[in-house]
Design a protein around this ligand. Structure first.
Ligand code: UD1
Ligand code: MG
Length: 473
Protein backbone atom coordinates (compact mmCIF):
# COMPACT_ATOMS: atom_id res chain seq x y z
CA UNK A 1 0.00 0.00 0.00
CA UNK A 2 2.57 2.59 -1.06
CA UNK A 3 -0.05 5.31 -1.51
CA UNK A 4 -1.80 4.96 1.83
CA UNK A 5 -2.36 8.23 3.56
CA UNK A 6 -0.52 8.59 6.86
CA UNK A 7 -1.10 11.13 9.58
CA UNK A 8 0.80 11.62 12.81
CA UNK A 9 -1.05 12.50 16.01
CA UNK A 10 0.98 13.77 18.96
CA UNK A 11 -0.57 13.52 22.41
CA UNK A 12 0.35 16.76 24.15
CA UNK A 13 -2.65 17.90 26.16
CA UNK A 14 -1.66 16.64 29.60
CA UNK A 15 -0.72 18.88 32.50
CA UNK A 16 2.29 16.92 33.65
CA UNK A 17 1.17 16.79 37.28
CA UNK A 18 4.28 14.92 38.38
CA UNK A 19 6.55 17.78 37.23
CA UNK A 20 4.88 20.08 39.78
CA UNK A 21 5.18 23.00 37.41
CA UNK A 22 3.32 26.09 36.26
CA UNK A 23 4.56 25.38 32.75
CA UNK A 24 2.72 22.76 30.65
CA UNK A 25 4.79 19.58 30.43
CA UNK A 26 5.46 19.67 26.69
CA UNK A 27 6.99 23.17 26.97
CA UNK A 28 9.67 22.00 29.38
CA UNK A 29 12.99 21.98 27.57
CA UNK A 30 15.72 19.43 27.07
CA UNK A 31 18.83 20.31 25.09
CA UNK A 32 17.42 23.81 24.66
CA UNK A 33 14.26 22.77 22.84
CA UNK A 34 10.76 22.07 24.25
CA UNK A 35 9.81 18.39 24.57
CA UNK A 36 7.09 18.77 21.95
CA UNK A 37 9.58 20.52 19.64
CA UNK A 38 11.74 17.39 19.56
CA UNK A 39 8.74 15.22 18.70
CA UNK A 40 7.40 17.59 16.02
CA UNK A 41 10.88 17.78 14.50
CA UNK A 42 11.10 13.99 14.24
CA UNK A 43 7.52 13.73 12.91
CA UNK A 44 8.18 16.40 10.27
CA UNK A 45 10.78 14.26 8.60
CA UNK A 46 8.16 11.52 8.08
CA UNK A 47 5.06 13.47 6.95
CA UNK A 48 4.30 17.07 5.94
CA UNK A 49 3.49 19.47 8.82
CA UNK A 50 -0.12 19.68 7.57
CA UNK A 51 -0.47 15.94 8.32
CA UNK A 52 0.71 16.35 11.91
CA UNK A 53 -1.99 16.85 14.54
CA UNK A 54 -0.91 18.05 17.95
CA UNK A 55 -3.54 17.36 20.58
CA UNK A 56 -3.33 20.18 23.05
CA UNK A 57 -5.36 21.04 26.12
CA UNK A 58 -3.64 22.19 29.27
CA UNK A 59 -2.57 25.82 28.57
CA UNK A 60 -3.48 25.16 24.95
CA UNK A 61 -2.98 28.75 23.78
CA UNK A 62 0.53 28.88 25.14
CA UNK A 63 1.46 25.61 23.45
CA UNK A 64 -0.21 26.65 20.19
CA UNK A 65 1.59 30.01 20.15
CA UNK A 66 4.95 28.30 20.59
CA UNK A 67 4.47 25.74 17.83
CA UNK A 68 2.20 27.51 15.30
CA UNK A 69 5.23 28.60 13.21
CA UNK A 70 6.07 24.95 12.52
CA UNK A 71 2.90 24.62 10.43
CA UNK A 72 1.35 21.63 12.21
CA UNK A 73 -2.34 21.40 12.97
CA UNK A 74 -3.82 21.55 16.45
CA UNK A 75 -6.77 19.75 17.97
CA UNK A 76 -8.04 20.86 21.32
CA UNK A 77 -8.93 18.39 24.05
CA UNK A 78 -10.84 20.67 26.39
CA UNK A 79 -10.87 18.28 29.33
CA UNK A 80 -7.94 15.93 29.82
CA UNK A 81 -9.73 12.65 30.38
CA UNK A 82 -6.95 10.32 29.31
CA UNK A 83 -4.89 9.26 26.29
CA UNK A 84 -7.87 7.42 24.73
CA UNK A 85 -10.06 10.48 25.14
CA UNK A 86 -7.31 12.58 23.52
CA UNK A 87 -7.41 10.42 20.41
CA UNK A 88 -11.25 10.49 20.35
CA UNK A 89 -10.94 14.23 19.59
CA UNK A 90 -9.19 13.38 16.30
CA UNK A 91 -11.96 11.31 14.74
CA UNK A 92 -13.02 13.98 12.23
CA UNK A 93 -9.57 15.28 11.46
CA UNK A 94 -8.28 11.79 10.70
CA UNK A 95 -11.28 10.70 8.61
CA UNK A 96 -9.36 11.20 5.38
CA UNK A 97 -6.38 9.05 6.37
CA UNK A 98 -5.73 5.31 6.19
CA UNK A 99 -3.27 5.11 9.06
CA UNK A 100 -2.20 7.21 11.98
CA UNK A 101 1.05 7.09 13.90
CA UNK A 102 0.54 8.16 17.48
CA UNK A 103 3.47 9.78 19.27
CA UNK A 104 3.68 11.21 22.76
CA UNK A 105 4.70 14.78 23.44
CA UNK A 106 6.60 13.50 26.48
CA UNK A 107 8.65 10.86 24.63
CA UNK A 108 11.11 13.23 22.96
CA UNK A 109 14.12 11.12 21.99
CA UNK A 110 12.28 9.22 19.27
CA UNK A 111 14.21 9.31 15.98
CA UNK A 112 12.68 9.55 12.49
CA UNK A 113 14.25 6.19 11.54
CA UNK A 114 12.29 4.51 14.32
CA UNK A 115 8.99 6.18 13.41
CA UNK A 116 9.54 5.05 9.81
CA UNK A 117 10.28 1.52 11.04
CA UNK A 118 6.95 1.41 12.93
CA UNK A 119 5.14 2.64 9.81
CA UNK A 120 6.79 0.09 7.50
CA UNK A 121 6.29 -2.83 9.89
CA UNK A 122 2.65 -1.86 10.41
CA UNK A 123 1.98 -1.73 6.65
CA UNK A 124 3.96 -4.88 5.86
CA UNK A 125 2.01 -6.89 8.45
CA UNK A 126 -1.37 -5.29 7.72
CA UNK A 127 -1.81 -4.81 11.46
CA UNK A 128 -4.78 -3.08 13.06
CA UNK A 129 -2.36 -1.69 15.65
CA UNK A 130 1.42 -1.82 16.00
CA UNK A 131 3.02 -0.96 19.33
CA UNK A 132 6.62 0.16 19.65
CA UNK A 133 7.96 -1.56 22.75
CA UNK A 134 11.21 -1.57 24.69
CA UNK A 135 12.97 -3.19 27.61
CA UNK A 136 14.45 -0.35 29.64
CA UNK A 137 16.63 -1.03 32.69
CA UNK A 138 13.80 0.04 34.97
CA UNK A 139 10.30 -0.67 33.61
CA UNK A 140 8.57 0.82 36.66
CA UNK A 141 5.77 3.25 35.81
CA UNK A 142 5.26 2.12 32.23
CA UNK A 143 2.40 0.04 30.82
CA UNK A 144 3.58 -3.55 30.28
CA UNK A 145 3.15 -5.64 27.17
CA UNK A 146 1.28 -8.92 27.61
CA UNK A 147 2.14 -11.05 24.58
CA UNK A 148 0.11 -13.94 23.31
CA UNK A 149 1.68 -17.27 24.15
CA UNK A 150 1.18 -20.18 21.75
CA UNK A 151 2.44 -23.63 22.68
CA UNK A 152 4.51 -22.10 25.46
CA UNK A 153 6.22 -19.62 23.10
CA UNK A 154 5.44 -15.91 23.11
CA UNK A 155 4.43 -14.50 19.71
CA UNK A 156 4.61 -10.95 18.36
CA UNK A 157 0.87 -10.65 18.92
CA UNK A 158 -0.10 -8.48 21.89
CA UNK A 159 -3.08 -9.43 24.05
CA UNK A 160 -3.12 -6.43 26.37
CA UNK A 161 -1.24 -3.47 27.80
CA UNK A 162 -1.49 -3.34 31.58
CA UNK A 163 -0.75 -0.07 33.35
CA UNK A 164 1.60 -0.05 36.34
CA UNK A 165 -1.13 0.37 38.93
CA UNK A 166 -3.13 -2.58 37.58
CA UNK A 167 -0.30 -5.10 37.28
CA UNK A 168 -0.73 -8.47 38.95
CA UNK A 169 2.34 -9.65 40.89
CA UNK A 170 3.19 -11.99 38.01
CA UNK A 171 2.87 -9.14 35.46
CA UNK A 172 5.19 -6.93 37.51
CA UNK A 173 8.01 -9.14 36.26
CA UNK A 174 7.34 -8.23 32.62
CA UNK A 175 10.29 -6.21 31.34
CA UNK A 176 8.74 -5.19 28.02
CA UNK A 177 7.02 -1.82 28.17
CA UNK A 178 4.65 0.23 26.04
CA UNK A 179 6.51 3.22 24.57
CA UNK A 180 3.28 5.14 23.96
CA UNK A 181 4.15 5.12 20.26
CA UNK A 182 1.76 3.25 17.97
CA UNK A 183 0.51 2.88 14.43
CA UNK A 184 -3.21 2.35 13.88
CA UNK A 185 -5.42 1.49 11.00
CA UNK A 186 -7.74 4.51 11.21
CA UNK A 187 -10.95 2.63 10.40
CA UNK A 188 -10.25 -0.16 12.91
CA UNK A 189 -9.37 2.37 15.61
CA UNK A 190 -12.33 4.70 15.28
CA UNK A 191 -14.91 1.97 14.82
CA UNK A 192 -14.00 0.81 18.36
CA UNK A 193 -12.65 3.82 20.25
CA UNK A 194 -16.06 4.48 21.83
CA UNK A 195 -15.80 1.14 23.62
CA UNK A 196 -12.98 2.44 25.86
CA UNK A 197 -14.05 2.46 29.49
CA UNK A 198 -12.99 4.51 32.48
CA UNK A 199 -12.67 1.40 34.56
CA UNK A 200 -9.20 2.11 36.02
CA UNK A 201 -7.69 3.81 39.10
CA UNK A 202 -7.70 7.28 37.46
CA UNK A 203 -11.16 6.98 35.91
CA UNK A 204 -9.65 8.00 32.55
CA UNK A 205 -10.10 6.67 29.02
CA UNK A 206 -6.85 4.78 28.53
CA UNK A 207 -5.80 4.38 24.91
CA UNK A 208 -3.98 1.24 25.98
CA UNK A 209 -7.32 -0.51 26.58
CA UNK A 210 -7.90 -0.51 22.80
CA UNK A 211 -5.51 -3.49 22.58
CA UNK A 212 -7.86 -5.92 24.32
CA UNK A 213 -10.84 -4.48 22.42
CA UNK A 214 -9.13 -5.11 19.06
CA UNK A 215 -8.03 -8.58 20.19
CA UNK A 216 -11.57 -9.45 21.20
CA UNK A 217 -12.54 -8.87 17.59
CA UNK A 218 -9.61 -10.98 16.40
CA UNK A 219 -7.75 -8.00 14.90
CA UNK A 220 -3.95 -8.24 14.66
CA UNK A 221 -2.11 -6.16 17.27
CA UNK A 222 1.65 -6.47 16.95
CA UNK A 223 4.64 -5.48 19.05
CA UNK A 224 7.76 -4.06 17.44
CA UNK A 225 10.72 -3.86 19.84
CA UNK A 226 12.71 -0.63 19.49
CA UNK A 227 16.34 -0.98 18.45
CA UNK A 228 17.45 1.40 21.24
CA UNK A 229 15.44 1.44 24.44
CA UNK A 230 16.71 4.94 25.34
CA UNK A 231 14.70 6.37 22.49
CA UNK A 232 11.36 5.65 24.08
CA UNK A 233 12.07 6.97 27.56
CA UNK A 234 9.28 9.26 28.73
CA UNK A 235 9.40 12.40 30.84
CA UNK A 236 7.03 12.42 33.79
CA UNK A 237 9.30 13.77 36.54
CA UNK A 238 12.07 16.35 36.88
CA UNK A 239 14.58 13.55 37.32
CA UNK A 240 13.56 12.05 34.01
CA UNK A 241 13.78 15.52 32.43
CA UNK A 242 17.41 15.81 33.58
CA UNK A 243 18.19 12.25 32.53
CA UNK A 244 16.85 12.74 29.00
CA UNK A 245 18.59 16.10 28.72
CA UNK A 246 21.95 14.43 29.40
CA UNK A 247 21.23 11.62 26.95
CA UNK A 248 20.49 14.18 24.21
CA UNK A 249 23.52 16.30 24.99
CA UNK A 250 25.76 13.27 24.99
CA UNK A 251 24.30 12.29 21.62
CA UNK A 252 25.03 15.85 20.41
CA UNK A 253 28.69 15.98 21.51
CA UNK A 254 29.23 12.52 20.03
CA UNK A 255 27.81 13.67 16.68
CA UNK A 256 29.99 16.79 16.70
CA UNK A 257 33.11 14.79 17.51
CA UNK A 258 32.25 12.37 14.69
CA UNK A 259 32.07 15.42 12.41
CA UNK A 260 35.59 16.57 13.32
CA UNK A 261 35.11 18.84 16.34
CA UNK A 262 37.47 18.39 19.31
CA UNK A 263 35.65 18.50 22.62
CA UNK A 264 37.71 17.99 25.76
CA UNK A 265 35.86 16.56 28.77
CA UNK A 266 32.60 16.45 26.77
CA UNK A 267 30.63 15.51 29.87
CA UNK A 268 31.16 19.07 31.21
CA UNK A 269 30.07 20.84 28.05
CA UNK A 270 26.45 21.95 27.43
CA UNK A 271 25.51 22.03 23.74
CA UNK A 272 21.91 22.55 22.61
CA UNK A 273 20.34 20.39 19.92
CA UNK A 274 20.27 23.08 17.20
CA UNK A 275 23.89 24.21 17.52
CA UNK A 276 26.31 23.64 14.63
CA UNK A 277 30.11 23.62 14.89
CA UNK A 278 32.65 23.39 12.04
CA UNK A 279 35.47 20.86 11.78
CA UNK A 280 38.76 21.41 13.63
CA UNK A 281 37.18 23.71 16.16
CA UNK A 282 38.33 22.97 19.70
CA UNK A 283 35.90 23.26 22.60
CA UNK A 284 37.38 23.32 26.09
CA UNK A 285 35.69 22.01 29.25
CA UNK A 286 32.71 23.83 30.80
CA UNK A 287 31.72 25.67 27.62
CA UNK A 288 28.00 26.25 26.88
CA UNK A 289 26.77 26.61 23.30
CA UNK A 290 23.08 27.41 23.41
CA UNK A 291 20.08 28.18 21.20
CA UNK A 292 20.77 28.58 17.50
CA UNK A 293 24.49 29.15 17.88
CA UNK A 294 26.61 28.37 14.83
CA UNK A 295 30.40 28.19 14.98
CA UNK A 296 32.75 28.00 12.02
CA UNK A 297 35.84 25.89 11.44
CA UNK A 298 39.20 26.12 13.21
CA UNK A 299 37.89 28.11 16.16
CA UNK A 300 38.98 27.81 19.78
CA UNK A 301 36.29 28.20 22.44
CA UNK A 302 37.97 28.35 25.83
CA UNK A 303 36.54 27.26 29.16
CA UNK A 304 33.57 28.96 30.85
CA UNK A 305 32.44 30.81 27.73
CA UNK A 306 28.67 30.86 27.12
CA UNK A 307 27.39 31.52 23.60
CA UNK A 308 23.65 31.97 23.04
CA UNK A 309 22.33 32.41 19.48
CA UNK A 310 25.81 33.46 18.40
CA UNK A 311 26.98 33.29 14.78
CA UNK A 312 30.71 32.82 14.81
CA UNK A 313 32.89 32.70 11.66
CA UNK A 314 35.99 30.60 10.99
CA UNK A 315 39.28 30.85 12.93
CA UNK A 316 37.76 32.83 15.80
CA UNK A 317 39.33 32.59 19.23
CA UNK A 318 37.04 33.04 22.20
CA UNK A 319 39.05 33.21 25.39
CA UNK A 320 37.93 32.18 28.86
CA UNK A 321 34.72 33.34 30.44
CA UNK A 322 33.32 35.24 27.46
CA UNK A 323 29.55 35.72 27.03
CA UNK A 324 28.05 36.21 23.56
CA UNK A 325 24.33 36.62 23.00
CA UNK A 326 22.34 37.20 19.77
CA UNK A 327 25.41 38.57 18.00
CA UNK A 328 27.79 37.81 15.14
CA UNK A 329 31.56 37.42 15.28
CA UNK A 330 33.56 37.70 12.04
CA UNK A 331 36.36 35.38 11.02
CA UNK A 332 39.65 35.43 12.90
CA UNK A 333 38.29 37.79 15.56
CA UNK A 334 39.58 37.42 19.11
CA UNK A 335 37.30 37.85 22.11
CA UNK A 336 37.95 37.73 25.84
CA UNK A 337 38.92 36.68 28.34
CA UNK A 338 35.82 38.02 30.12
CA UNK A 339 34.19 39.99 27.32
CA UNK A 340 30.44 40.44 27.32
CA UNK A 341 28.94 40.68 23.84
CA UNK A 342 25.28 41.65 24.28
CA UNK A 343 22.47 41.38 21.68
CA UNK A 344 22.79 43.08 18.34
CA UNK A 345 26.57 43.26 18.29
CA UNK A 346 28.52 42.61 15.09
CA UNK A 347 32.17 42.03 15.78
CA UNK A 348 34.02 42.36 12.47
CA UNK A 349 36.65 40.00 11.10
CA UNK A 350 40.02 40.18 12.88
CA UNK A 351 38.60 42.56 15.47
CA UNK A 352 39.76 42.24 19.08
CA UNK A 353 37.53 42.66 22.10
CA UNK A 354 39.36 42.15 25.36
CA UNK A 355 38.79 41.74 29.07
CA UNK A 356 35.92 43.52 30.77
CA UNK A 357 34.65 45.02 27.56
CA UNK A 358 30.88 45.13 27.20
CA UNK A 359 29.24 45.68 23.82
CA UNK A 360 25.57 46.17 22.96
CA UNK A 361 24.37 46.86 19.40
CA UNK A 362 28.00 47.61 18.64
CA UNK A 363 29.34 47.18 15.14
CA UNK A 364 33.12 46.85 14.99
CA UNK A 365 34.82 47.02 11.58
CA UNK A 366 37.58 44.73 10.39
CA UNK A 367 40.57 44.77 12.72
CA UNK A 368 39.05 47.27 15.17
CA UNK A 369 40.29 46.86 18.76
CA UNK A 370 38.82 47.48 22.17
CA UNK A 371 41.08 45.53 24.43
CA UNK A 372 40.29 46.61 27.99
CA UNK A 373 37.59 47.85 30.37
CA UNK A 374 35.19 49.54 27.99
CA UNK A 375 31.47 50.02 27.34
CA UNK A 376 30.44 50.18 23.68
CA UNK A 377 26.68 50.59 23.27
CA UNK A 378 24.79 51.72 20.13
CA UNK A 379 27.99 52.37 18.27
CA UNK A 380 29.57 51.87 14.86
CA UNK A 381 33.35 51.66 14.79
CA UNK A 382 35.25 51.74 11.49
CA UNK A 383 38.04 49.41 10.38
CA UNK A 384 41.31 49.38 12.35
CA UNK A 385 40.16 51.93 14.92
CA UNK A 386 41.60 51.57 18.39
CA UNK A 387 39.48 52.16 21.44
CA UNK A 388 41.56 52.85 24.55
CA UNK A 389 41.03 51.33 27.99
CA UNK A 390 38.18 52.81 29.96
CA UNK A 391 36.33 54.31 27.01
CA UNK A 392 32.58 54.74 27.56
CA UNK A 393 29.94 55.49 24.97
CA UNK A 394 27.39 57.52 26.91
CA UNK A 395 24.41 56.30 24.89
CA UNK A 396 21.60 57.02 27.34
CA UNK A 397 20.36 60.47 28.39
CA UNK A 398 17.88 59.13 30.91
CA UNK A 399 15.09 58.96 28.34
CA UNK A 400 16.39 57.72 24.98
CA UNK A 401 19.34 55.88 23.52
CA UNK A 402 21.67 57.68 21.10
CA UNK A 403 24.24 56.53 18.63
CA UNK A 404 27.99 57.00 18.42
CA UNK A 405 29.76 56.71 15.08
CA UNK A 406 33.52 56.34 14.95
CA UNK A 407 35.22 56.34 11.55
CA UNK A 408 38.00 54.10 10.23
CA UNK A 409 41.52 54.28 11.61
CA UNK A 410 40.48 56.46 14.56
CA UNK A 411 42.26 56.48 17.90
CA UNK A 412 40.28 56.97 21.09
CA UNK A 413 42.55 57.66 24.05
CA UNK A 414 42.01 55.90 27.37
CA UNK A 415 39.31 57.03 29.80
CA UNK A 416 37.32 58.86 27.16
CA UNK A 417 33.59 59.48 27.44
CA UNK A 418 31.77 59.93 24.14
CA UNK A 419 28.45 61.65 24.80
CA UNK A 420 26.05 60.45 22.09
CA UNK A 421 24.75 61.37 19.59
CA UNK A 422 28.27 61.99 18.42
CA UNK A 423 30.59 61.19 15.57
CA UNK A 424 34.35 60.88 15.43
CA UNK A 425 35.78 61.17 11.92
CA UNK A 426 38.09 58.87 9.97
CA UNK A 427 41.64 59.01 11.23
CA UNK A 428 40.67 61.32 14.10
CA UNK A 429 42.31 61.24 17.52
CA UNK A 430 40.74 61.78 20.91
CA UNK A 431 43.13 62.57 23.74
CA UNK A 432 43.09 60.44 26.89
CA UNK A 433 40.66 61.50 29.57
CA UNK A 434 38.45 63.56 27.27
CA UNK A 435 34.72 64.06 27.58
CA UNK A 436 33.63 64.53 23.96
CA UNK A 437 30.35 66.38 23.45
CA UNK A 438 30.77 67.67 19.89
CA UNK A 439 31.68 65.86 16.64
CA UNK A 440 35.38 65.49 15.86
CA UNK A 441 36.06 65.86 12.10
CA UNK A 442 38.28 63.53 10.03
CA UNK A 443 41.98 63.59 10.88
CA UNK A 444 41.44 66.05 13.74
CA UNK A 445 42.17 65.91 17.43
CA UNK A 446 39.43 66.16 20.04
CA UNK A 447 40.65 66.94 23.52
CA UNK A 448 39.12 68.19 26.73
CA UNK A 449 41.65 68.50 29.43
CA UNK A 450 41.71 70.86 32.42
CA UNK A 451 45.09 72.58 32.76
CA UNK A 452 47.55 70.46 34.74
CA UNK A 453 48.67 72.14 37.94
CA UNK A 454 51.97 71.22 39.59
CA UNK A 455 52.82 72.75 42.96
CA UNK A 456 56.39 71.84 43.73
CA UNK A 457 57.10 71.06 47.41
CA UNK A 458 53.39 71.27 48.28
CA UNK A 459 53.39 67.89 50.03
CA UNK A 460 56.47 68.72 52.08
CA UNK A 461 54.84 71.90 53.39
CA UNK A 462 51.57 70.10 54.07
CA UNK A 463 53.30 67.34 56.05
CA UNK A 464 55.21 69.88 58.16
CA UNK A 465 51.93 71.65 59.01
CA UNK A 466 50.33 68.38 60.07
CA UNK A 467 53.30 67.40 62.25
CA UNK A 468 53.21 70.83 64.01
CA UNK A 469 49.50 70.45 64.74
CA UNK A 470 50.14 67.00 66.25
CA UNK A 471 52.85 68.36 68.62
CA UNK A 472 50.51 71.07 69.95
CA UNK A 473 48.01 68.44 71.22
C1 UD1 B 1 1.40 6.32 28.94
C2 UD1 B 1 0.79 4.93 28.66
C3 UD1 B 1 1.75 3.85 29.17
C4 UD1 B 1 3.10 4.04 28.50
C5 UD1 B 1 3.65 5.46 28.72
C6 UD1 B 1 4.88 5.66 27.87
C7 UD1 B 1 -1.63 5.22 28.82
C8 UD1 B 1 -2.83 5.00 29.62
N1 UD1 B 1 -0.48 4.81 29.33
O1 UD1 B 1 1.50 6.47 30.35
O2 UD1 B 1 1.24 2.57 28.86
O3 UD1 B 1 4.01 3.07 29.03
O4 UD1 B 1 2.66 6.43 28.31
O5 UD1 B 1 5.47 6.91 28.11
O6 UD1 B 1 -1.73 5.73 27.72
N2 UD1 B 1 -2.26 13.21 27.30
C9 UD1 B 1 -3.21 13.90 26.61
N3 UD1 B 1 -4.48 13.97 27.12
C10 UD1 B 1 -4.83 13.34 28.27
C11 UD1 B 1 -3.84 12.60 28.95
C12 UD1 B 1 -2.57 12.55 28.44
O7 UD1 B 1 -2.95 14.48 25.57
O8 UD1 B 1 -6.01 13.43 28.65
C13 UD1 B 1 -0.88 13.16 26.76
C14 UD1 B 1 0.15 13.69 27.74
O9 UD1 B 1 0.34 15.09 27.56
C15 UD1 B 1 1.40 12.91 27.37
C16 UD1 B 1 0.85 11.61 26.80
O10 UD1 B 1 -0.52 11.84 26.50
O11 UD1 B 1 2.15 13.57 26.39
C17 UD1 B 1 0.98 10.46 27.77
O12 UD1 B 1 0.30 10.76 28.97
P1 UD1 B 1 0.90 10.45 30.39
O13 UD1 B 1 -0.06 10.91 31.41
O14 UD1 B 1 2.28 10.94 30.48
O15 UD1 B 1 0.85 8.85 30.36
P2 UD1 B 1 1.85 7.87 31.08
O16 UD1 B 1 1.44 7.73 32.50
O17 UD1 B 1 3.24 8.27 30.80
MG1 MG C 1 4.11 9.98 30.19
Amino acid sequence: MPNSRFAIAILAAGKGTRLKSKLPKVLHQIAGRPLLGHVVRAASSIVAPADIFCIIGHEAERVRAEFAPLGTRFIEQFEQRGTGHALMQCRQALAGYDHVLVLSGDVPLIRPETIAAVRDFHIAHAAAMTILTAEPLDPFGYGRIVRRVEHGVSTDQVEAIVEQKQLTPAQEKIGEINSGIYAFNVAELFSRIDQLSTDNPHGEFYLTEIVSILRRDGKPVLALPAAHSNEVLGVNTRRELAQLDSILRERKTRELMDDGVTIFRPETVLIDADVTVGADTVIEPFVQLLGETTIGEDCLIRSYSVLTNARVGNRVRINHGTLVEDSTVGEAAILGPYSRIRPGSEIGPEAHVGNFVETKKAKLGRGAKANHLTYLGDVEIGERSNIGAGTITCNYDGVSKHKTVIGAGAFIGSDTTLVAPISIGNGAYVGAGSCITRDVPDDSLGLTRPELLIKEGWVTAKRAKMEAAKLKK
